[in-house]
Write a protein that binds this ligand. Structure first.
Ligand SMILES: [Fe+2]
Length: 387
């Protein structure tokens, strides 16, 4: 006898410490895992901001040896993961800590996988491909948006295929996430906008996903509300600690939602675009968002009405066409106000690139939970509209 499990929902989360100064507990957590030698993963920008040295000092003061790996570029590459894993092994590390944006955190997840399997990271593309548990992993995000610090996603770039592939597994949820709004103070305006819009897209895609449910809906709606109200003010005043904390909280909630409800066509198409042109992930999402909302709208009308309401649109008395229009207008306005208005053509994409981009977008696991089924032609049309 078979049982229908399509309505069952699970919820996975790391242990989270949220709040100003939470990064300072890194040595306690590392010690609890029995750390003797930590591999600290970061990137040159975060190191220049001084955050790497602070973590090294905290660990050293607790008697833990540290090897620093900052060889991570934006959109972390296969070779960088392999190099980090080599360093983990040759330094005889036992715990991984990463401080940075999505790139160092995803690279750290990849390093953990390779360190325990001894195989190329390319072999772990897809859903639930990991058999061995990774070393203890502590993540400290320095941007408010990618949510790699709470999610069961790792996104790695394969320059040979000009493709970003996804690894989706409970095994890449870190053990601990230290979410500290103080470390986002070194984000510039552009990065704040890119990562904030990425978080908004996470929340919207999670809420309309076919994998959504009561465990993720409240997080998704609250994230949409917080970003809609606080991102524009934060862009005009990036040093405001209250606004930074609100967006950090929104990012965390969006992360918990999408990690468990998965995403949709915006992410499938933006992963393809980001791998092809090595563009910022949030920017790719921003330029696709309203086009995918328009495409999906009829498949999740009631859900999109609730998204519109979370964006402070008073939908009472409105027909479905008007709600759709107002939602699209608000998304476009928000993008413009945070400085992310662009098009594929302006970024150097031409019509002839679209078949290639579409083929990879259809292979991305995020396409499977999009509320509307998408054929190759559907995806091509949406890219064409974003040109
Ligand atoms: Fe994202």
């Amino acid at each position: 006898m078979s049982h229908d499990i399509s309505a069952l929902r699970k919820f996975v989360s790391p242990e989270i410490v949220f709040g100003a100064g939470s990064r300072k507990s890194v040595a306690n957590f590392a010690s609890n895992f029995g750390a003797r030698h930590v591999l600290l993963v970061s990137d040159p920008g975060v190191a220049a901001a001084g955050w790497v040295q602070e973590i090294v000092t905290l660990l050293t003061d607790a008697g833990i040896r540290t090897t620093v790996f900052t060889g991570v570029s934006p959109n972390p590459k296969v070779a960088e993961v392999m190099e980090g894993a080599e360093l983990y092994k040759s330094s005889e590390c036992d715990v991984i800590v990463a401080i940075g944006g999505g790139s160092p955190m995803d690279c750290a997840k990849g390093i953990g996988i390779v360190a325990t399997h001894g195989r190329n990271i390319l072999e772990f593309e897809g859903v639930d491909t990991i058999s061995n548990p990774s070393p203890p992993l502590i993540l400290i995000p320095t941007t408010a948006g990618t949510s790699a610090d709470v999610s069961q996603f790792a996104i790695i770039s394969d320059p040979d295929r000009r493709f970003k592939f996804s690894i989706i597994s409970k095994a890449v949820v870190p053990d601990v996430s230290l979410i500290d709004p103080e470390v986002t103070e070194t984000m510039d305006t552009y990065l704040t906008a890119c990562t904030g819009v990425d978080a908004l897209v996470h929340a919207i895609e999670a809420f309309v996903s076919t994998g959504s449910g009561p465990l993720t809906d409240t997080h998704a709606l609250e994230a949409i509300r917080l970003i809609n109200r606080n991102l524009e003010p934060l862009i005009s005043n990036t040093s405001d600690p209250f606004l930074r904390e609100q967006i950090m909280l929104a990012s965390m909630q969006a992360g918990l939602a999408f990690s468990n409800a998965i995403l949709g066509a915006v992410h499938a198409m933006s992963h393809s675009l980001g791998g092809y042109l090595d563009l910022p992930h949030g920017l790719c999402n921003a330029l696709l968002l309203e086009h995918v909302v328009a495409y999906n709208y009829s498949s999740a009308e009631d859900r999109f009405r609730r998204v519109a309401e979370a964006m402070d649109i008073d939908t009472r008395g409105m027909g479905r066409a008007q709600i759709k229009l107002r939602l699209m207008q608000r998304i476009i306005e928000l993008k413009k106000r945070v400085g992310l208005e662009t098009s594929l053509a302006k970024l150097g994409v031409s019509v002839s690139d679209i078949p290639y981009l579409s083929g990879f977008a259809l292979q991305d696991p995020c396409i499977l939970t999009n509320p509307r089924k998408s054929s190759l032609r559907d995806v091509q049309v949406v890219y064409e509209e974003a040109l």
